[in-house]
Design a binder for this molecule. Structure first.
Ligand code: MG
Length: 546
């Protein structure tokens, strides 16, 4: 080597970027100190090691594929790998080139850390697509998402719905309490609404105090439920700004594809018109845009119509003895027949119904139907029980409970059941309905209990401490919350919780019923635990009455 000619090996070592060279099998022939530092070994130790073992072994195929390609094409290439260092993800571009030395192929590679660059790009992208104040998707990005959703809906013939949401009296807040207060209100709304968002939905700030909630695969019926939940969640929230407690409300306009229009622009203006109508008629409400129904009508009207037009139906789901699989009972559930003939879970509407105080009507209707069918279909000899769901809303209407008792009494007598007999009817009540109001519940339930109906606690273990109910009410059945049943198979802890519920129930001589049983394995496990009865798809879905 002449004096002028520099030592390339030494030069490589001074480069602050990891450099290595390897043979065609991927084994390291040499590297610089930056590479040695990266893999945490000395440059000598690294020799003979496999490159993929040192750098992201998960990407072994990727490395191999790159080497094959470079051998074949004899052209430089690059690819991306991710490594994990001290719990952090580091992203690299691997650049490889090939050359021949003394008849051998040598591949030389450089690793360039692009983690920071990627993060900066991500940050920039986020800034460009999101609203700085609320962190929600911004208008510009939303326009693209709307177009995509519209295109997908057409291709797959799926519905979608748009909720246009506007804060009520926002200008007044801004004017009286300042823009800072306005910002807090907007951020609070964004947070509450975002919590109600499903993964596939998008919530965006559309401008000023206006927001847009896009619900893919959702028809107007289900959109109504979401809209009502957004409205009531905001309505219930009090925002504290300094000394001031603010109650804020929103108005919402809803439009759905393809029911209202098959054009995106039309849907947006229809949602806007419905929003205007919601404002005009008093704010804090949800309005629909529906050209088939003389313009605009409210969720209450939709529900009311289903009731009036006889589209609210009872459906019956079997409850069986887990040991013998014999039918022990049925639960009456509410279903709504939509205008296009499809059946919808009325549960999707229950929240809205209860907010609009329509639950009592639904409960009354379903319960009367169920009791009539049950008593007249001579199920009595088989000792099959009928479970009906009763909401707190129904119990607040004594005229309706009285009516149920009178009607049940008449039907019973017609079937030969005397007034003194215990009736084969079980009332399901949900603990959360009566939260903190057990004495009112007891008082309201008393006439029904005196009349000879039994009581089941529904969704037991769903998150509210319900043991007090067992102490205060003459409970006969305990229905164990379906989510617990579903989790039981994979979570030993949940299984022990169910064992605990069983023990309490056995002690108090209650019959336990497991809900949402979908497979034989779960049914077996529950039988072994000594749970008495079961309900779920495994034993039958809810069948709609004729
Ligand atoms: Mg129930």
């Amino acid at each position: 080597m002449s004096q002028q000619e520099p030592d390339l090996k030494k030069i490589i070592t001074t480069i602050p970027v990891p450099v290595f060279y390897q043979d065609t099998r991927g084994l390291i022939l040499g590297c610089n100190s930056a590479f040695a530092l990266l893999v945490g070994q000395s440059a000598e130790q690294v020799i003979g090691c496999s490159f993929s073992e040192l750098i992201s072994p998960d990407a072994r195929d990727l490395h191999q594929h790159a080497d094959e390609q470079i051998l074949r094409n004899r052209k430089r290439l690059k690819y991306y790998v991710t490594t994990h260092q001290k719990g952090r993800e580091i992203h690299y571009v691997v650049r490889k080139d090939i050359f021949k030395q003394d008849d051998y192929d040598v591949i030389v590679g450089v690793l360039i850390d692009i983690t920071q660059q990627e993060e900066a790009e991500r940050r920039l992208h986020h800034q460009a697509t999101h609203d700085a104040l609320t962190g929600l998707t911004n208008r510009h990005e939303m326009q693209g998402i709307l177009k995509n959703t519209d295109a997908n809906a057409r291709r797959y013939e799926r519905p979608y719905s748009i909720l246009l949401i506007d804060m009520d009296r926002f200008k007044m807040i801004n004017d009286n309490l300042g823009h800072g207060a306005g910002d807090i209100v907007l951020r609070t709304f964004a947070e509450i609404a975002d919590n109600l968002r499903r993964e596939s939905d998008t919530l965006a700030r559309w401008g000023g105090e206006e927001f847009i909630f896009l619900l893919p695969n959702t028809d107007s019926f289900h959109a109504a439920n979401v809209a009502e939940r957004v409205r009531s969640a905001i309505d219930e929230k009090t925002i504290q700004i300094g000394e001031q407690a603010l109650n804020i409300t929103v108005s919402i306009g809803v439009a759905s594809y393809p029911e209202d229009s098959d054009k995106l622009e039309d849907l947006l203006s229809m949602a806007d018109a419905a929003l205007f109508e919601a404002k005009r008629s008093g704010r804090n409400r949800v309005m629909f845009s529906n050209k088939n129904d003389s313009g605009i009508f409210s969720i209450g009207t939709q529900m009311q119509r289903a009731l009036e037009e006889g589209r609210l139906k009872a459906a019956y789901q079997p409850i069986v003895d887990l040991q013998t699989r014999e039918l022990r009972a049925e639960e009456a559930l509410a279903r709504i027949i939509l205008k296009d003939g499809k059946v919808s879970d009325a549960e999707a509407f229950i929240q809205a119904a209860s907010d609009l105080q329509l639950s009592h009507k639904i409960d009354h209707l379903i319960t009367s139907r169920a009791i009539k069918r049950h008593l007249t279909e001579s199920r009595i000899e088989d000792k099959v029980q009928m479970f009906v769901n009763i909401s707190a809303d129904l119990l607040r209407h004594p005229e309706l409970t009285d009516d149920l008792i009178r009607f049940t009494g008449e039907t019973c007598r017609a079937c030969g059941i005397t007034d003194e007999d215990v009736k084969p009817i079980v009332i399901e009540i949900t603990e959360r309905e009566f939260l903190g109001n057990i004495h009112n519940a007891r008082e309201a339930l008393d006439p029904l209990i005196q009349f000879g109906l039994k009581i089941a606690i529904d969704d037991f273990g769903s998150g509210y401490s319900s043991f007090q109910y067992l102490a205060d009410l003459p409970v006969s059945y305990l229905k164990i919350e379906g989510t617990l049943i579903k989790r039981m198979r994979n979570e030993p802890k949940v299984k022990r919780i169910i064992q605990g519920i069983r023990d309490v129930a056995k002690d108090l001589e209650l019959i336990t019923i497991a809900e949402h049983i979908e497979d034989e394995e779960t049914a077996q496990a529950l039988t072994e635990l000594g749970i008495d009865w079961g309900q779920g798809y495994l034993f039958g879905r809810a069948e709609i009455e004729d």
